[in-house]
Each structure stands twice: as structure tokens, then as C-alpha cells.
Design a protein around this ligand. Structure first.
Ligand code: HEC
Length: 152
């Protein structure tokens, strides 16, 4: 508890001094100061290694690898990482998919696939040109990153 307060106080000081520095930079910086950058900007986002992630039962390593490419915009024009982060840990526009806790499903591949189909892949402009095989693969990939060991 105490340590957490100190960390918060330090973070507040850092933010405050950053503001003072920015405001000295002149009025043309005014607009920039009003924008709150997403927290994901302050984090070193490391793409999970898809070749060592766990593979869900009934799926293949190739599917997890393909899901990784869809997630990161390298196949089927997928946009997942834009909102969920390169590391899948979320941005201001999409939640953390790595915590092993899901709001809309029990975290099984079947239910993750349902979330992706109903909420992520279908809405126009929300995500790329996912075919059924891409949805299977990306659901397996999300299952895999939700089961990775937390970063030390
Ligand atoms: C435009 C931003 C955006 C894109 C692109 C996007 N998502 Fe999402 N995603 C969200 C948001 C926001 C939520 C949370 C919705 C909610 O809780 O109401 C979400 C929720 C989810 C969930 C459910 C999480 C839970 O807690 O149950 C999954 C799974 C998911 N996204 C996977 C994906 C995958 C896979 C892709 C790529 C095919 C993708 N998303 C693309 C924004 C996005």
C-alpha cells in the first residue's frame, strides 16, 4: 500500500514536471498539452513469440502462427493490434487480452471466436477482411496469448 502511494506520487510529480517543461516550450505546444496520450505509449510493447506460445487442443501451430499475422495486420488486413496493442495488453481503444480474464466469454477458443465474429470482425470498418479460417486462427492466437506467462 505504502509503496503504491509512493509510486503514484512519483508518477504525479513526473507528469507535473513534464507539463511545466511543455508549457515553457511556448503557446504552439498548447494543443499538445491538452491531449492525454494512451498509457500504451509508456510501455515497451513486445510481440509475444508465436512459435513458443501454447497451442489450444484441436488447433495447430500453423494456425497460431497465422493468427499472430492476422492480429498484427500481416494477413487478412487484420487490425487487432491497433486497438489491443502489439503485445495484446490493450490500449485506450481495446482491452487487455492477455490477463486470462474475459468480459464476454469464458476464454475458450470457441467463445473467443464468437466474440471476434460478433464484435470484432463483422462491424464495417472495425477490422479487416477476415475469412472463417482467419477467425479460427486469430481466436486460437488470442487463446494462446491469454495463457502466456506474465512478463517478469
Ligand atoms: C477498433 C478497435 C478494435 C479492433 C480493431 C479490434 N478490437 Fe477487439 N475489442 C475492442 C474493444 C473496445 C473491446 C471491448 C468491448 C467491450 O468490452 O465492450 C474488444 C473486445 C475484444 C474481445 C473480448 C474481450 C473480452 O474481455 O471478452 C476479444 C476476444 C477481441 N476484442 C479480439 C479481437 C481480435 C482478435 C481482433 C482482430 C480480429 C480485434 N479484437 C480487433 C476493440 C477492438
Amino acid at each position: 500500500m505504502g509503496a503504491r502511494l509512493i509510486v503514484l506520487a512519483l508518477a504525479a510529480c513526473t507528469l507535473f514536471s513534464a507539463q511545466v517543461v511543455t508549457s515553457r516550450a511556448g503557446s504552439d505546444q498548447q494543443e499538445l498539452r491538452l491531449v492525454t496520450p494512451p498509457l500504451s505509449m509508456f510501455r515497451n510493447q513486445i510481440r509475444p513469440p508465436a512459435d513458443t506460445l501454447p497451442v489450444p487442443a484441436g488447433f495447430s501451430r500453423d494456425q497460431v502462427l497465422h493468427g499472430d499475422r492476422v492480429f498484427h495486420g500481416e494477413a487478412a488486413n487484420g487490425q487487432c493490434s491497433v486497438c489491443h496493442g502489439i503485445d495484446g495488453k490493450g490500449t485506450a481503444n481495446g482491452n487487455d487480452l492477455t490477463a486470462g480474464m474475459f468480459i464476454w466469454s469464458d476464454g475458450s477458443v470457441k467463445e473467443l471466436k464468437r466474440s471476434v465474429l460478433h464484435n470484432m470482425a463483422i462491424a464495417p470498418g472495425r477490422d479487416g477482411d477476415l475469412e472463417p479460417a482467419d477467425v479460427d486462427a486469430v481466436a486460437a492466437y488470442v487463446w494462446a496469448i491469454s495463457r502466456q506467462e506474465p512478463a517478469k
